[in-house]
Design a protein around this ligand. Sequence first.
Ligand code: C6P
Length: 404
Amino acid sequence: MLDKKYIKEQFPILNQKIHKRDLIYFDNGATSQTPNVVVDSISGYYSTINSNVHRGIHTLSQKATVAMEDAREVVKKHLNAKSEKEIIFTKGTTDGINIIAHAMRFILKKGDEVIISQLEHHSNIVPWQMACEITGATLKYIPINKKGELIMGEFDKLLSDKTIIVSVNHVSNALGTINPVSEIIEKAHNVGALVFIDGAQSIPHMKVDVQDLDADFYAFSGHKVYGPTGVGILYGKEEILNSLKPYQGGGEMIKEVTLERTIYADVPFRFEAGTPNIEGNIALASAINFINKIGVDNISKHEDELLIYATEKLTQLGGIDFYGTSKHKSGVISFNLKGAHSSDVGAILDKLGIAVRTGQHCTQPIMDYFGISGTVRISFAIYNTKEEIDTFIKAMERVKMMLM
Ligand code: C6P
């Protein structure tokens, strides 16, 4: 059982009125709220140890370096990576995918194939399109069925010795489908392909063990896991990362530079050019410590209960089309009110104090598949409650009266 009162107290932002009503924040798939420990971590950094990392002989610089490297260790433990060298600080999931898709430009060639899926966020489509365009490799995708699940039989048909890398999300941001990533990784490895897992929507909601998964790469964003914006993590197996060319050149990512040539540093630094978001990286570790204190399994259980409860209540309400009806779902509900535009529903809900996301959710191929312009999406986090869902359902009754 989560201690609801304790949790709510950790997020003062939630204790406010929007249009004179108590804020209900159901847009956690976009960005989750940050608890006091994360905010304190950022301000604590600036009021005590602000300086540059890995560069200074002076005390502040050394303290900042230790704090950031401790943060790397926290992430390493959380993901159960083998080494802290496998943990690269990034700007977020998009950055992590681009780092690897860019490195693949030096490896892919005409005749090679990259597999993604129809269920991807644009961040896991566009970088691969770019890499394929430049190298002449072919981009293929795993199609989905009406429940919003990957058609695994089609994946089997796509896999071959031409497949160089498979990149799929762990959980769909638009539909909430939890993808069978262990099976995907095993099958891809059987043909010698690498696998990238976009973990943006899984890391906040479930335990992830990269060694158990055997993923070659796994990326996520700080701001979806109660951490700050503009930071994230790219995990990669050490040997593979060290064999890849860096995305950006600059300070910190080098062993040796002459005017003629550069020898790159080993990971993680070869992918961390320039001064990093030091306070953000430290605060991300605070966010991870925070969820571990609550217990990731407790979080999953709580959000599963909310998912079941809200799905039942919305079904009883009637007049709702659901998108993403797999049995394997995380705390996301995507729906439309029959005959109403998703943005109209979202705008009325906002007037009633409820924050939801509407539109395409950066997943136009999914919307095209269902033949819709967008959906209303509610996505849950630890601080959401059944009482909030009851209020949301009452609000939806009003929306229904106004729009249907
Ligand atoms: N999805 C959503 O509302 P960044 O922007 O780099 O932090 O995350 C990109 C990203 C990549 N993959 C998945 C599965 C995602 O859900 C996201 C971000 C947000 O669904 C904002 S579009």
